[in-house]
Ligand binder design. Structure first.
Ligand code: GLN
Length: 538
């Protein structure tokens, strides 16, 4: 018999940034803890085909999946919480929906019909929701609708949700996330914004089944009853989501509020027993009770918006917890570092991570910081552009290749130590055309990387156009910067490590994308260990 698939929709009202992604991931974690197979999908109502072309200042980091999809950062939360891989099917944008409808129209697939938002766009949205259910892999598909109910751009999504509920009444439900603000002057929590946002949903034909109310103060039973009464839900379906100390507390808080139990009851499924969160709780215990502490500098050009480095920060949390070590991040803007102040800015940290990025802004600061940590033997971890900067720095200051650069930044450089990949040379379109997703890396024994992974072939995710120029490999290696990881098919250099340095590792891939609570990224663990040792030494 085919597996019964349940569709859970998560909408948001009142304001953005209420944390729909974390609530979706927390509910999924609870259902997973009861033995169910769950996936989460994000529908984004913007016209970009994917967030790959978006500046990180817009929506934070672009998260990359194994299959090379450039996606919303919420997919990172889904993977980090569930330890289950996502794919292109888990992130859909309005741009992608319209693109496929228009392609079908050009192929004549609509047989001369007028192509309209309803039914053609909504059918396309429905297909993309159900595609995950049809795989037969999941008991639950949780679909998070980006944006806020009432926005023009989310209307077709809410209509698609309405139709799916109408078709699958007993296998679907809607969780609406709202805000219950505290008015200081009145000394009261206010329910009206919630009432209004439920009304906005009702106008679109959708009655939420469960309300998750973000709040700074506990909701007493009177408030819960009031919200239930005016919003047409049962009072056990008014769930409090109080501000949490960390996002990793939210599954525990949702368990206490019985969110999973209410969901199962509404879907006429057994809610007996409790979800098993033992491993999660063990992680939280280590995370909150560290035995050691280190300070690590994170050097990047988007640090005004910390979400631009979401996966890196969470990788530090996962790896730090596994080592019972708190990792404090000192955020340093790459444009602010120069030869004169690098000692002042970096002498008090135990390790330095130079972040990924694109374009010329802040590049000289990154190079300067790397010079300082190389010369002063401070543990260094360079990711993607961070690794490329390490090669530029080494070429300029050790090999004396004056003006060595990446051809991304200086097309006319005499020493393009980082150059455009061969198969990128013919590409002009920007969207989805980089080297994306998981590729193999063969690691040389007797390297930090080998010690970290304890494996000779690993698969890590990529997102870049430029690469280490193998023309310079021999000279660079002779001078002490060794390539310790290669892609076995293309021979592209994936990892470099410096000899005669306690820990100097640069990687062309992004280990941060695969780090989860259950499986911290090995290279983050080894970097933290090196920083701890450096701290003890000094
Ligand atoms: N801009 C560099 C490239 O395209 C590095 C990309 C990155 O750091 N993700 O190769």
């Amino acid at each position: 018999m085919a597996r019964k698939v349940n569709y859970i929709f998560v909408t948001g009202g009142v304001t953005s940034s209420l944390g729909k992604g974390i609530i979706s991931a927390s509910l999924a974690k609870l259902l997973q803890g009861r033995g169910y197979s769950v996936t989460i999908q994000k529908l984004d109502p913007y016209i970009n085909i994917d967030p790959g072309t978006l500046n990180p200042y817009e929506h934070g980091e672009c998260y990359v999946t194994d299959d090379g999809a450039e996606t919303d950062l919420d997919l990172g939360h889904y993977e980090r919480f569930l330890n289950v891989r996502t794919s292109q099917a888990n992130n859909v944008t309005t741009g992608r929906v319209y693109q496929s409808v228009i392609e079908k129209e050009r192929k004549g697939e609509y047989l001369g019909k007028t192509v309209q938002i309803i039914p053609h766009i909504t059918d396309e949205i429905k297909d993309r929701i159900k595609i995950l259910g049809k795989t037969g892999e999941f008991d639950f598909v949780i679909t998070e609708i980006g944006g806020t109910v009432g926005d023009i751009e989310s209307l077709p999504y809410v209509e698609a949700v309405r139709q799916i509920i109408w078709e699958h009444e007993t296998e679907s439900l809607v969780i609406h996330l709202t805000l219950v603000p505290y008015l200081k002057a009145a000394g009261e929590l206010k329910t009206k914004p919630t009432q209004h946002s439920v009304k906005a949903l009702l106008e679109l034909g959708v009655q939420p089944d469960i309300l998750v109310c973000r709040t700074e103060y506990h909701l007493n039973s009177d408030i819960r009853k009031k919200i239930a009464k005016f919003c047409n839900v049962s009072s056990d379906a008014v769930i409090e989501s109080i501000d949490a100390e960390t996002i990793y507390d939210v599954p525990i808080l949702m368990k206490e509020e019985k969110l999973d139990q209410v969901v199962l009851e509404k879907l006429h499924m057994s809610s007996a027993g409790k979800p098993d969160l033992n491993k999660w709780e063990a992680f939280l215990l280590r995370f909150k009770n560290p035995k050691n502490e280190i300070n690590v500098a994170l050097i990047g050009k988007y640090i005004e918006l910390k979400d631009s480095y979401k996966s890196i920060v969470e990788s530090f949390n996962h790896a730090g917890a596994s080592l019972e070590c708190k990792v404090n991040i000192k955020w340093i803007h790459s444009e602010k570092i120069n030869d004169d102040n690098s000692s002042e800015l970096l002498s008090d940290v135990d390790g330095v991570l130079v972040a990924p990025g694109f374009g010329s802004r802040g590049i000289e600061g990154k190079i300067q910081a790397i010079k300082y940590v190389r010369e002063n033997k401070i543990p260094f971890f360079g990711i993607c552009l961070g690794m490329q900067c390490a090669i530029i720095e080494f070429s300029r200051h050790v090999l004396n290749l004056d003006g060595a650069h990446s051809s991304e930044i200086d097309e006319g450089t005499d020493y393009p130590v980082i150059d455009l990949m061969e198969d990128q040379k013919k590409i002009s379109s920007k969207g989805g055309t980089m080297r994306l997703g998981a590729y193999a890396c063969k690691i040389k024994e007797d390297s930090h990387a080998y010690k970290a992974y304890n494996e000779s072939i690993v698969y890590e995710r990529h997102r870049h156009r430029y690469e280490f120029n193998n023309k310079y490999l021999e000279d660079i290696e002779k001078a002490g910067l060794k390539a310790t990881g290669f892609n076995p098919e293309s021979n592209l250099v994936e990892i470099v490590e410096l000899e005669d340095h306690p820990y100097f590792v640069g990687v062309q891939f992004h280990p941060e994308y695969k780090s989860t609570v259950a499986n911290p990224a090995p290279l983050f663990k080894s970097f933290i260990k090196a920083a701890l040792e450096n701290k003890k030494r000094s």
